[in-house]
Ligand binder design. Structure first.
Ligand code: DGL
Length: 275
């Protein structure tokens, strides 16, 4: 590779995707840490939630979205979804030559943080049923009691932008209470949609319970790996952030902007081009 093509390669976008808008919670950490990178975010909202799909269905979605993002010039892919990581990260790393980053529920940090040795994990059914999660428990959950709770319907609340709605609070209470009743002093937010209802979780769990989410750790890991691969941008100015969504909701742009916290450049795709 000549110097010029290396620079062009380094200045290509980092692509981030999720079953929907939840991965924006990870994108925020990436943008804060790597402000000069161009970021492409794909919300596969038409196919959310992934949590109730089979691993084969999730893998097919991941391939389709990743093919699209790579077609847009991505230099690295971040699977900002615990459910998709559990179902498809191995297959993606086999299929694609570019670096692929995933995420998993923070069982290890939670086990280290817990004072009483009881940790709760809020996640999707798909994540909790996965072999990857079983492996995490095996590696880091042996010396603590791990209480898990699938949060059916919560992803959809965030997708609709209902971050403070009565119904969302009811679901949060319904899912957190069993963990609290069993004594959890630390709760893992094992789905990237959940940081957006963190205030509700805090309201239910109280200030003594520690909440752990992995967005910041993913961003730090991404920065270190890209630096090691000499793939960080050489641009000295702020990078642009682009959003794609295939949501059919009329308020898709509004929901993305509410979660992102500022005006966003959102492109709506009706169908993903097939390759
Ligand atoms: N944000 C995804 C995760 O981290 C949610 C999944 C879903 O669509 O069910 O697991």
């Amino acid at each position: 590779m000549t110097l010029n093509t290396e620079i062009i390669h380094r200045n290509r976008p980092i692509a981030v995707f999720d079953s929907g808008v939840g991965g924006i919670s990870v994108l925020q950490h990436i943008h804060a840490l790597l402000p000069n990178e161009t970021l492409h975010y794909f919300a596969d909202s038409r196919h959310a939630p992934y949590g109730s799909k089979t691993p084969a269905e999730i893998e097919a979605r991941c391939f389709e979205v990743a093919d699209f993002l790579i077609g847009q010039g991505a230099k690295a892919l971040v699977v900002a979804c615990n459910t998709a990581t559990a179902a498809a990260i191995a297959a993606m790393r086999t299929k694609y030559a570019l670096p692929v980053f995933g995420m998993e529920p923070a069982v290890k940090p939670a086990a280290e943080a817990s004072q009483n040795g009881i940790i709760g994990v809020l996640a999707t059914t798909g994540t909790l049923k996965s072999a990857q999660f079983a492996g995490l428990l095996e590696s880091y959950g042996r010396h603590v009691k791990v209480v898990t709770q699938a949060c059916v319907g919560l992803v959809e609340c965030v997708e609709r932008g209902e971050l403070h709605a009565e119904n969302t609070l009811k679901l949060v209470a319904q899912y957190c209470q069993p963990l609290l009743d069993q004594g959890a002093d630390t709760i893992v937010l094992g789905c990237t949609h959940y940081p957006f209802v963190r205030p509700l979780i805090e309201q239910v769990a109280g200030s003594r319970v520690v909440l752990i989410d992995t967005g910041a750790a993913v961003a730090t890991h991404l920065q270190k790996r890209l630096a090691a691969l000499d793939l960080l941008t050489s641009r000295g100015e702020a990078g642009r952030v682009w959003f794609w969504t295939n949501s059919e909701a009329k308020n898709a742009q509004q929901v993305i902007e509410e979660l992102w916290g500022m005006p966003a450049e959102v492109l709506t795709l009706q169908v993903l081009p097939c390759r």
